[in-house]
Design a protein around this ligand. Structure first.
Ligand code: KG4
Ligand code: ZN
Length: 340
């Protein structure tokens, strides 16, 4: 089963071809991603209108490139999958309409994919992981702990009650005069900083619930930065170090509780797995915190290659391939769902 995947839910335009064999093993035949970061950078965040227009301009070329790099034509593809939500509605319309049009014209089955399901199923493509497992999704738009029980069977254990973690990195960077996207900038500055000079809050630490919260931390950064104005480079580095340490400490506490919950829910799973996905998974300090947490609790820790952690179409094609194996295709009447 070969599937063409299309992803346009945020600021990456992406197309990919993925193959799933009869044993359930996946192979990525091509995976093309065009980031719009440069177009949004002057605004310090994603501008929906600019994103939607940029998707329209490049998507057909990217699909052609994905086929070309896989040495295939559309005839060699068995099904089409496109992200139907959640995301920015303008971009979703572009990708979904394109996917449906190709499916209709080529008489191939169509699968409307939930973007989060794409992230959730990625470790099955990269590492052939069996259900059930835990997924920590930390991106610019999402912060969720998901129990992945089976195909189409997901339980959200916890989510952010305010800002997404990537958003907290981006806003912190902006307040400190660093470039967008802020995550990599904050990580770089933090490496040079003293994490003990300032102490920032650890939101929800110690609480029973499995949710996350980052807006209090962001506010604390703002107050600290304002009190120190004008900021020296050392101040910026030290604030970034304190911020990243607070985030690491918070994640350690929050994720540990979810590992416990997984053990309680699935006491017979011998080799439990925690998977991380989303752009924030690029952060080396946070990765190492998660790795240590897993080592301590007897979990295997999987961080897919960065190109498959951040938004891409291979995960959408793969979700389509998994669905094609078990469920009938979706109707071409399906509409985008920005808050799915
Ligand atoms: O998954 P992603 O590429 O796009 C979506 O949000 O859908 O994630 C982007 C987010 C941005 O907020 C960015 O600042 C953050 O991931 N990020 C990082 C790092 N690299 C990217 N956050 C912390 N540390 C990093 N090294
Ligand atoms: Zn994503």
């Amino acid at each position: 089963m070969r599937v063409l995947g299309i992803e346009t839910s945020c600021d990456e335009t992406a197309a990919a071809i993925v193959e799933r064999d009869e044993l359930g093993y996946g192979t990525i035949l091509s995976n093309v991603v065009l980031s719009q970061i440069e177009e949004h950078a002057p605004y310090g965040g994603v501008v929906p209108e600019i994103a939607a227009r940029a998707h329209v301009e490049v998507l057909d070329r990217l699909i052609g490139q994905a086929l070309h790099e896989a040495h295939l034509t559309l005839n060699d593809v068995d099904a089409i999958a496109a992200t139907a939500g959640p995301g920015l509605v303008g971009g979703l319309i572009v990708g979904l309409m394109t996917g449906k049009a190709i499916a209709l014209a080529s008489q191939k089955p169509f699968y409307a994919i939930n973007h989060l399901e794409g992230h959730a199923l990625t470790p099955r493509l990269t590492d052939n992981i069996e259900f059930p497992y835990l997924l920590l999704l930390v991106s610019g738009g999402h912060t969720q702990m998901v129990l992945v029980k089976g195909l189409g069977d997901y339980e959200r254990l916890g989510t952010t009650i305010d800002d997404a973690l990537g958003e907290a990195f981006d806003k912190t960077a902006k307040m400190l005069g660093l470039a967008y996207p802020g995550g990599p900038e904050v990580e770089k500055a933090a490496m040079l900083g003293d994490s003990t000079r300032f102490s920032l809050p650890r939101p929800l630490k110690g609480e029973e619930r499995l949710d996350f919260s980052f807006s209090g931390l962001k506010t604390a950064v703002r107050q600290l930065a304002t009190s120190l104005e004008p900021l020296s480079q050392t101040d910026v580095n030290d604030i970034c170090a304190a911020f990243q340490t607070a985030v690491a400490d918070t994640l350690d506490d929050r994720v540990a509780r979810s590992l416990m919950r997984f053990r309680e829910t699935f006491p017979v799973v011998d080799h439990p797995v925690l998977v991380v996905a989303g752009g924030v998974a690029a952060n080396k300090v946070l990765r190492s915190v998660l790795q240590q947490l897993c080592d301590k609790n007897g979990f295997r820790f999987i961080a897919p290659p960065m190109a498959l952690c951040t938004d891409n179409a291979a995960m959408i094609a793969w979700a389509g391939a998994e669905r094609a194996n078990q469920t009938p295709p979706d109707s071409l009447n399906i509409a985008p769902r920005s808050r799915w």
